[in-house]
Design a protein around this ligand. Structure first.
Ligand SMILES: NC(=O)c1ccc[n+]([C@@H]2O[C@H](COP(=O)([O-])OP(=O)(O)OC[C@H]3O[C@@H](n4cnc5c(N)ncnc54)[C@H](O)[C@@H]3O)[C@@H](O)[C@H]2O)c1
Length: 458
């Protein structure tokens, strides 16, 4: 880039913007390819340039310094916009092996090597997204980062506030992908997963002000709308749950509350699979979010939610066979660890008090094999993998993404263990940590005296 002295700061600004916010529009990529192609032609016609390229080649041979700076003509023809975006290549669109031009990732990490998750051209629908704090959003981001076109399903009562947050720019930072680029704002479909068809929607919901101005939110209507918009759906994510009596122990849960939890949190998945499977091409993937309470008792997780998660996991296994045989689809669940999402924060704790999920996160940090905070992105990345062709033989599986919490059969931070002298050479909760005493070095077998010599001495 050439610039007059007084315009330097402006030029740096423009250059920075080009590097960090490039949209790589198809038309512009083609224009740039044409320019590079022409430059290559003129270099070939210029005897001095040709001579210099040959000098470089003879000095450096197969090292990248020996290759033409603009790449090879054949490569320029092969490269397209998707390859540039997937490879995160900055600079002239040359193939990674094509020469001395810089090929670096925007985030400064190493050039991706063998196993990128590539969902380019795939359509994903993520049900249960209304803010950027939950697992749904992290999954959206990872699928988008892998190249998928992502749409979301949002519960009508929270739709307006979600749309407002997006429009106002409040979520702008959360749209930034790990490569520094901004992901496209996902198309939002209103969805109430407790209703299968319009006939199921009762009058009091239809006329409820929380549903005002929203229609076509039943599962069937949303599946139809996704088909009308994209023609198909390759990836279906169920990331939603709801239990009106979630704070109540099972001994106090009403029939209505119990069935409402099952309807919103588990049958909703069955209904979605029934209605989306016909628009999902062979090789498509379904994923639902579960929790350890499906299989072991987690005190505090009430309202029939543990029952709903148990149903969800069981249904996933049954559907694995049914949709595998009928449609060639896969279905799995992720048993996610604790995250302070909006839904999880609804459990327990009066205003200003610590919530159940905050206690549970502390408990996980104290007891899990990996005592690290669990991030929504940990689940997002696993979801992208499970929905990718790398997982094409994985179906009917419940995968734990919980820093190993599910493997623990006892709580090491329990008061019952206070003062117990563990034999570990790392700190344990409730016990003063003493460095393990230095072990006296024993002579190694190799260093031991030869038996013959030893007995001779004896
Ligand atoms: N947060 C955790 O600790 C945790 C742990 C394990 C599993 N999960 C599961 O992860 C999934 C996502 O939850 P999250 O914790 O990220 O919270 P979240 O608040 O981000 O997601 C829950 C979503 O469900 C939506 N929803 C509720 N009722 C609905 C309905 N009838 N129709 C459509 N959408 C509806 C809510 O509007 C919300 O957007 C849930 O299945 C949850 O059980 C969460």
């Amino acid at each position: 880039m050439l610039a007059f002295k007084n315009d330097i700061s402006h030029a740096v600004d423009v250059l920075g913007d080009m590097l960090c916010n490039s949209k790589y529009e198809r038309y512009h990529v083609e224009l740039e390819k044409e320019t590079i192609w022409q430059e290559l032609q003129s270099t070939n016609d210029d005897s001095f340039e040709t001579l210099m390229e040959n000098v470089y080649y003879n000095v450096y041979r197969k090292h990248m310094m020996g290759l033409p700076i603009l790449g090879e003509i054949d490569n320029i023809h092969k490269i397209n916009r998707d390859m540039i975006v997937a490879g995160l290549i900055v600079g002239p669109p040359v193939a990674p092996k094509a020469g001395r031009a810089p090929t670096v990732r925007l985030d400064g990490a190493a050039q991706p090597t063998g196993l990128p998750i590539d969902l380019t051209g795939k359509v994903a629908f993520v049900a249960g997204v209304a803010d950027s704090a939950g697992y749904g959003w992290a999954i959206v981001k990872h699928l988008a980062e892998a190249g998928a076109t992502v749409a979301v399903g949002t519960w009508p009562p929270v739709l307006k506030i979600f749309e407002k947050s997006l429009k106002s720019g409040k979520l702008d930072d959360d749209l930034i992908l790990s490569n520094g680029q901004k992901m496209p704002v996902p198309k939002i479909f209103p969805l109430d997963a407790t209703f299968d068809t319009p006939d199921d929607v009762p009058e009091d919901v239809r006329t409820n002000k929380r549903y005002a101005g929203t229609d076509k939110y039943t599962v069937q209507e949303v599946a139809d709308a996704v088909e009308a918009e994209y023609g198909r759906c390759d990836i279906l994510i169920h990331s939603l749950a709801n239990a009106p009596e979630v704070k109540a122990p099972l001994m106090q849960v009403s029939r209505k509350g119990y069935l409402a939890a099952a309807s919103a949190s588990s049958y909703s998945m069955v209904s979605m699979v029934q209605r989306f499977a016909p628009i999902m091409p062979k090789g498509g993937s379904v994923l639902a979010l579960s929790f350890l309470a499906a299989e072991r008792f987690v005190p505090g997780y009430g309202g029939g939610m543990s029952s709903a998660k148990a149903q969800l996991e069981s249904d996933m296994r049954v559907l694995a066979f049914e949709v595998g045989r009928q449609y060639g689809l896969r279905i799995n669940t992720i048993s996610a660890g604790a995250l302070k999402s909006r839904a999880a924060s609804a459990i327990g704790g009066a205003k200003g008090e610590k919530t159940f999920i905050e206690y549970y996160i502390d408990h996980s940090l104290a007891n899990a094999p990996l005592p690290e905070p669990l991030e929504a992105d940990d689940v997002g990345a696993t979801a992208a993998f499970l929905c990718s062709p790398f997982a094409k033989a994985i179906t009917g599986v419940n995968m734990y993404v919980d820093n190993g919490m599910s493997t623990m059969a006892s709580s090491v931070d329990s008061r019952a263990f206070e003062g117990y002298k563990w034999g570990y050479n790392f700190p344990m909760p409730g016990t003063p940590f003493e460095e393990a005493p230095e072990v006296e070095e024993k002579p190694s077998v190799a260093a031991a005296p030869e038996p013959a010599l030893a007995s001779a001495k004896a």
